[in-house]
Design a protein around this ligand. Structure first.
Ligand SMILES: Cc1cc2nc3c(=O)[nH]c(=O)nc-3n(C[C@H](O)[C@H](O)[C@H](O)COP(=O)(O)O)c2cc1C
Length: 195
C-alpha cells in the first residue's frame, strides 16, 4: 500500500504538460502498486507563503520555545511537512522557467526544508536527512528541447536539495520537451515507456 503526494506547480491548469506528465506517472505507479491515498497539493491555487522576517525567526527557534504565534506562522510549513511525512512517493510537476524550476515550487521547498525537521546534525555536525526511505519522481516540462550536454539545472538542483536536506536519494526524472513547437502533442506513453 502506497501513499502518494502529488505536487503541481504550473499556472496553466488542464493545459499544463508538467501536470499531465506527473499525472501519467501516478497512473503508472497505480498500475504497479496498491495505492491507499493520493494527496494533491496545487502550489498555484494554494500558493506557499514567502519566508519573511517573522517566519524565518520561527524557523530557527527551538521547538521548546514555540508559542501561539509560532503555531500560526509555521502552520503552512507544518502542514506540508506532514504531507511529506505521510507520503511513500512524491510526484512533482514543474514547468521550466528560464532554465529553472517554477517559483511556487521553490517557495514550497523553502517552507519545507528545516533544520531539526527534514534534517538533523549528527555529533560531527554532518547533516542527516530524515526522509531516507521515500521516492521522488520529477516531471519537467519545457517549451524548447535540451541541447546534448546542456546541464539539466532543475533536476540537478532538486536532486541535491532532496539528498542534502531530506536524505532522499531515489529521485527519477522524466522530461516533456518542445511543448511550444508548432503542432506539439503530448505523448506521455512514449516518455514513460521504460517506467
Ligand atoms: C516565463 C517563462 C519562461 C520560460 N522559460 C523557458 C526556458 O528557459 N526553456 C524552455 O525550454 N522553455 C521555457 N518556457 C516554456 C515553458 O517551459 C513551457 O511552456 C512548458 O510547457 C510550461 O510547463 P507547463 O506546460 O506545465 O505549464 C518558459 C515559459 C515561460 C512563461
Amino acid at each position: 500500500m502506497k501513499n502518494i503526494l502529488h505536487i503541481t506547480s504550473s499556472a496553466r491548469g488542464e493545459l499544463s504538460y508538467s501536470t499531465g506528465l506527473s499525472s501519467a506517472i501516478i497512473e503508472k505507479i497505480s498500475q504497479q502498486n496498491t495505492i491507499s491515498q493520493i494527496t494533491v497539493r496545487d502550489l498555484v491555487k494554494d500558493t506557499p507563503p514567502h519566508a519573511d522576517e517573522m517566519s524565518i525567526h520561527e524557523f530557527y527557534k527551538h521547538p521548546n520555545l514555540y508559542d501561539e504565534q509560532s503555531k500560526k506562522l509555521l502552520s503552512y510549513a507544518n502542514t506540508i511537512v506532514n504531507e511529506v511525512c505521510e507520503a511513500d512517493i512524491i510526484v512533482i510537476g514543474t514547468p521550466m522557467f528560464n532554465l529553472g524550476l517554477s517559483t511556487p515550487l521553490k517557495a514550497w521547498l523553502d517552507q519545507l526544508i528545516r533544520a531539526g525537521v527534514t534534517y538533523i546534525f549528527d555529533e560531527q555536525w554532518n547533516r542527516v536527512g530524515q526522509f531516507q526511505d521515500k521516492k521522488v519522481y520529477l516531471a519537467i516540462a519545457s517549451g524548447g528541447k535540451s541541447i546534448d550536454g546542456a546541464p539539466d539545472y532543475i533536476s540537478a538542483y532538486l536532486k541535491d536539495v532532496f539528498r542534502s536536506y531530506m536524505g532522499i536519494t531515489d529521485v527519477e526524472t522524466y522530461h516533456i520537451e518542445g511543448t511550444m513547437e508548432n503542432g506539439f502533442t503530448a505523448d506521455y506513453e512514449s516518455i514513460l515507456k521504460e517506467f
